[in-house]
Ligand binder design. Sequence first.
Ligand SMILES: NC(=O)c1ccc[n+]([C@@H]2O[C@H](COP(=O)([O-])OP(=O)(O)OC[C@H]3O[C@@H](n4cnc5c(N)ncnc54)[C@H](OP(=O)(O)O)[C@@H]3O)[C@@H](O)[C@H]2O)c1
Length: 306
Amino acid sequence: MRAVVVRRFGGPEVLEQVEVPAPEPGPGQVRIRVAAAAVNPVDLATRSGALSSAGVVPPRAVLGLGWDVAGTVETAGGGFAEGAAVIGLRDRIGTPLGAYAEQIVLDASAVAPAPPGVSPAEAATLPLNALTAAQALDLVKTTGTVLVTGAAGAVGGYAVALARARKLRVVAVASEADEAEVRAFGADEFVPRGPALGDRVRALVPGGVDAALDPALLGLDALDAVRGGGEFVAFAAGAAPLPLRGIGVRHVWIRADGERLAELARLAGDGTLPLRVAGTRPLAEAAAAHERLAAGGLRGRLVLIP
Ligand SMILES: NC(=O)c1ccc[n+]([C@@H]2O[C@H](COP(=O)([O-])OP(=O)(O)OC[C@H]3O[C@@H](n4cnc5c(N)ncnc54)[C@H](OP(=O)(O)O)[C@@H]3O)[C@@H](O)[C@H]2O)c1
């Protein structure tokens, strides 16, 4: 089967399409015929070597890419029948094969039924970013006000929708041009990105928000909007600010969770979670997809179709 891997770090040109044997499932695993694999920022950071430098990816001769998969089960297991439409998350970052491939083997516990009534490309945009948003919200205890930075992004959009579903008051930060979309996700308040964020949030929420989720990696600028003793969730290595003013600062690190993913798929199926596809590309054009994501300004995910 064909797969896209990296054998050296660098720009999009280091992505290589290779022919490898089909992966064989072990106990408790399923093999999935990949119909769609989303391209995420973590793939760019893996390819460039940034994640290895940050100590997140162990040194390996070959690294597979791609975390998000939608497809059909080829070898039954773990309660999934052959031919079932599924989505899944590959959360082991140092493995030689990822979701940028024609087939992938995942633990059945990382797999869930695909959301009903959506295309594989749409379904592939769900696992990594919706699970991350859900697991980040699990880290905060507040029932009050939550700030979400990067609210038009993949994680941020899901975080706004899930926070709203929890009946939190959501203050969203994004580009002015994204206000209508971010409000449609469920934001109660909108603050355009830019300088003096803390002051502008505090003008809407006197004393500051109870918690901040910071997928835009603003760090201190987002922390400044949080009240003393509040909560802050960081999303990347090196992105956590110091815990000033008694604010509890935590990191979210995604982990596969098929049961949770099944719940999120139901929320996607009923329209609570927006599935946004910026475009699709053949697997062979993974490098062009990386270039496009790196250029910024995408709304929704690019999805590779093997
Ligand atoms: N820790 C984990 O387990 C985990 C899991 C998944 C993702 N992540 C990380 O979370 C981050 C977000 O991922 P994503 O997939 O949501 O990325 P994304 O779709 O690119 O979204 C990031 C958003 O932040 C916006 N942004 C950038 N600078 C901003 C600023 N100064 N103010 C307000 N908004 C700003 C971007 O807008 P523009 O596009 O207009 O610049 C974009 O909408 C990435 O670093 C990713 O690697 C971590």
